[in-house]
Design a protein around this ligand. Structure first.
Ligand code: ATP
Ligand code: MG
Length: 364
């Protein structure tokens, strides 16, 4: 029975959230929340993790905490059903990470594909901050502190969840069944696993500046869509075009639903027909981009509207986060109690230990 599900995900407050986050994880979270098929759901703002590669710019992280919270609320996450919290306010996570560090080797971290790519992306090859290098360990702490079973995330997070699972298994093997094994919940739509940037680069990412943000105005979105990367060999309308690697079609795969054709492009029955025409030649990029723009605007407009409403009362957003942090802390503290007991470092709660030591010394 999936009422046993505990769902957890987070985002780094390094910028506002974009449509890659939306299709990769955020949209799924809202669906899961609305289906109600879970015991608990946690969504957190990973500010401590964001500091691991932004330590010289704490202001950026601080400013973006509330932006991410607004994006959550705007997308429909509901604080009465989901615990929304800020990572740094849960000190238990540091303590868990500290113990987990002993269960992981340096070479295992060096082999983690996500760490490898992200080190490269940030030009950290010659000087990796230790905190950044060990962030899979702190991510294992985030996941296990809340006994998460299910982590809805994009494909880039797969190696992270694998590493967390290894830590759980090793902990349970050494100290006895204590921690819960997590599983990643990937988007079922292939285009959403890793949405490319508007420049056609492999991943839309805050750090690469190739994003369409959920909070952007209709005009800005339209401008970005109209200048998106398509197929560089499709120069004249009559030329045959390519769908693979064509970002506009990848976004259509991620966002287009059958009813969009009736509404915005009634000449075509479905996406397959549109693609076939593009491949044959005779279909211009502009027409496809206008279609994509209409779809995106339809999806983003209600999000923008809700955001504007929540923006009117920022102190209420902080209050909501404070309450979320309190709830989250209770859960993390109870897991930490289990961990300390399993590791036998709960000296003062262990009457048996004290009695046993007293006897040992009495016999001397
Ligand atoms: P940063 O560049 O600071 O790492 P980011 O844009 O990669 O930021 P994260 O906060 O690292 O965003 O990712 C948050 C969540 O969104 C993760 O679950 C991640 O898998 C998902 N995600 C991020 N970018 C994409 C994308 N382009 N396509 C699909 N999912 C994505
Ligand atoms: Mg990232």
């Amino acid at each position: 029975m999936s009422k046993e599900k505990v769902i957890l995900t987070g985002d780094r407050p390094t910028g506002c959230l974009h449509i890659g986050h939306y299709v990769g994880s955020l949209r799924r979270r809202v669906e899961l929340q609305n289906a109600g098929d879970y015991r608990q759901m946690f969504v957190f703002i990973a500010d401590a993790q964001a500091l691991t590669d932004n330590m010289d710019n704490p202001e950026k992280v601080r400013q973006n905490v509330v932006e991410v919270a607004l994006d959550y609320l705007a997308c429909g996450l509901d604080p009465s059903r989901v615990t929304l919290f800020i990572q740094s306010q849960i000190p238990e996570l540091c303590e868990l990470s500290f113990y987990y560090m002993d269960l992981v080797t340096v070479s295992r971290l060096q082999r983690n594909p996500t760490v490898k790519t992200e080190i490269q992306m940030r030009g950290f090859e010659s000087s990796i901050p230790v905190g950044f290098f060990t962030y899979p360990v702190s991510q294992a702490a985030d996941i296990t502190a809340f006994r998460a079973t299910t982590v809805p995330a994009g494909e880039d997070q797969k190696p992270m969840i694998e590493q967390a699972t290894e830590i759980v298994r090793r902990f349970n093997y050494i100290y006895g069944e204590t921690l819960v094994e997590p599983a990643i919940l990937l988007p079922d739509n292939a285009a959403c696993l890793r949405l490319p940037g508007t420049d056609g680069k492999a991943k839309m990412s805050k750090s690469l500046g190739n994003c369409i943000y959920l909070s952007e105005s209709a005009d800005e979105v339209q401008k970005k869509v109209m200048s998106m990367y398509t197929d560089p060999t499709h120069i004249h309308v009559q030329d045959p075009g390519h769908i693979e690697g064509n970002t506009v079609f990848t976004y259509l795969d991620a966002f287009c639903r059958p009813e969009h054709f009736e509404r915005y492009l009634p000449d075509y029955p479905n996406l397959d027909e549109l693609k076939a025409h593009y491949r044959r030649g005779g279909l211009g990029d502009m027409k496809v981009k206008r279609f994509l723009n209409a779809i995106l605007q339809e999806e983003l407009e209600p999000i923008r509207q809700r955001r504007r409403e929540f923006q009117k009362d920022i102190p209420a957003v902080y209050d909501m986060l404070r309450r979320g942090c309190e709830e989250a802390r209770n859960v993390a503290a109870s897991t930490l109690d289990d961990v300390r007991r399993a590791m036998k470092i709960n000296y003062f709660d262990d009457a048996e230990l004290i009695a046993e030591q007293a006897r040992r010394f009495a016999e001397r």
